[in-house]
Design a protein around this ligand. Structure first.
Ligand code: GLN
Length: 488
């Protein structure tokens, strides 16, 4: 069983691993019996699924890789954890991440950095991507069958690209966020990581349900309305074998793309053409503003969400008077000063600033406007209009050059070396990590489904891997996975 490998290699993928012996072993045996009888509970019955440590579990701690929650265990399970357990899956430990999901390399962790199970050709340790780097490493190293991560601005897709696994971010609102520790509510989604798109789809089908406890979970009636709408907007044929129209956004063809990423992109397009699909260049002009918009909206929401970790309501409490001590010695400031890491503090300061009275118009409000433009960019190129803006949708006349899905790289380059990221003298600025998200944040801002699949290209010495991303219209999750599967 793959769990055996969990102890063979240590990539620091887990903050809380599954104990070697435990009641879960009996549950695997029970599932085996059910399978023998031909009555498995689901496709994941008895499978080990690891969970990112910002998703609440009753039986294991939930630390968010933060010093401030290092002693925290939730009194309840997140809805997604209950759904997986009801389907017979076994929670295979809690995976390492960037603190509260903030980062792109899984090095901003109170529990140390995650190592990518793949190394570069000189044997150097590589970044596993972030923030769901532990989830990605646990899947890549066969320490579990699949993993749940979270994707706010690319945190499932980027680690998938770096580790050679599949990472899927569904449309916003399809999978419940109840019990998922909030980073930026309007962007947060639960994402799924696996070895293949087929595995990911099986898990998506279990989790893709309305949850009355999550106010942003799409209602049952909206779900059926969206599906009916997509059926009539060319989707019927798109789910059969009719040729697809594939969009290639010109704005993603930036000079920073490394040769292997560029080759993987070209290969993927050639492969789809060979299968009879057609490739069309499209323009998403507001892409260039997406990254800066994301880094205004994300930290603004985070600064508000993280206010509750004060050592009183939540969090590991630091010593200090709660009233009339020295100005810098209060319980709140000590707790937050000691509990949060550098990157989280940076985001809190940034978010507090952009929401402040003097700055809000110029930053937060403007970012909301640009966010809408990014969404409209996508809407303008897809054959199907956004199903939730259905007045527009009803009148939408498909233009000749509309496309069914968009294909682009997941990240501009291959994983950086860990030593480069951690070494004080070569230490990169935070902006370097932000830039890795340039191709993932547009779909997050627009709430669209996107998947990253590994594509192998033969490099100078040995085969190189790059992640290729498929982005679809809101609600078109099945089509996105279908195209992802074609590229595997
Ligand atoms: N790297 C991005 C950030 O730091 C994405 C994080 C995420 O999706 N959780 O915000």
């Amino acid at each position: 069983r793959c769990v055996a490998n969990q102890y063979a290699h240590n990539f620091n993928a887990f903050i809380t691993p599954l104990s070697r012996a435990g009641p879960w072993l009996d549950r695997v045996k029970e599932a085996d019996v059910r399978k023998e009888q031909g009555k498995p509970k689901s496709t994941v019955d008895g499978r080990l699924i690891s969970i990112k440590d910002n998703i609440c579990t009753r039986d294991l701690p939930t630390t968010c890789a933060s010093g401030i929650l290092d002693q925290f265990t939730s009194p309840f399970n997140a809805t997604v954890v209950n759904q997986l357990e009801a389907a017979g899956a076994i929670i295979a430990g809690k995976t390492n991440l960037d603190e509260f999901g903030m980062g792109s390399n899984s090095i901003n962790s109170h529990f140390g950095p995650v190592k990518n199970p793949r190394r570069d050709s000189s044997g150097e340790d590589l970044s596993a991507g972030g923030s769901s780097g532990g989830s990605a490493a646990s899947v890549a190293a066969d320490q579990c069958y699949a993993s749940l991560g979270t994707d706010t601005g690319g945190s499932v897709r980027l680690p998938a690209a770096y580790t050679g696994t599949v990472g899927f971010k569904p449309s916003y609102g399809l999978i419940s966020r109840w019990g998922v520790v909030a980073y930026a509510n309007s962007l947060d989604t639960v994402g799924i990581m696996g070895k293949t798109t087929a595995n990911v789809r099986d898990i998506f089908d279990i989790l893709n349900r309305h949850d009355p406890r999550d106010p942003t979970s799409l209602s049952i009636s909206s779900r059926s309305r969206i599906q009916a709408f997509l059926q009539t907007s060319h989707s019927a044929s798109r789910l059969t074998s009719a040729p697809l129209r594939i969009g290639v956004p010109m704005e993603y063809n930036v000079s920073e793309l490394t040769p292997s990423v560029r080759r993987a992109w070209a290969l993927s397009l050639a492969h789809l053409k060979q299968q009879g699909h057609t490739v069309h260049s499209v323009s998403l002009p507001d892409t260039k503003h997406a990254l800066s918009t994301y880094y205004v909206v994300g930290p603004a929401e985070a600064s508000s969400n993280l206010a509750k970790y004060d050592g009183v309501r939540y969090g590991t409490r630091a010593e200090g008077p709660d009233g009339d001590g020295k100005p810098d010695g209060y319980l709140f400031s000590n707790t937050r000063g000691q509990g949060f890491g550098q990157e989280v503090k940076r985001r809190i300061v940034l978010g507090t600033f952009t929401l402040s009275a003097d700055a809000i118009d110029n930053y937060f409000i403007k970012a909301q406007r640009v966010r809408r433009l990014v969404q409209q960019d996508f809407d303008a190129v897809f054959t199907a209009k956004h199903p939730l803006l259905s007045e527009q949708g009803a009148d939408k006349i498909a233009k000749e050059n509309d496309v069914d899905v968009i294909i682009c790289p997941t990240a501009p380059s291959s994983p950086p070396q860990l030593s480069d990221l951690m070494n004080k003298s070569t230490k990169k600025s935070p902006l370097d990590a932000y830039v890795a998200d340039v191709f993932t944040v547009p779909a997050s801002l627009a709430g669209l489904p996107a998947i990253s699949v590994p594509v192998t290209v033969s490099g100078e010495k040995d085969a190189e891997l790059a992640g290729i991303q498929v982005i679809g219209q809101y609600g078109d999750d099945q089509l996105v996975m279908k195209v992802g599967e074609m590229l595997e």
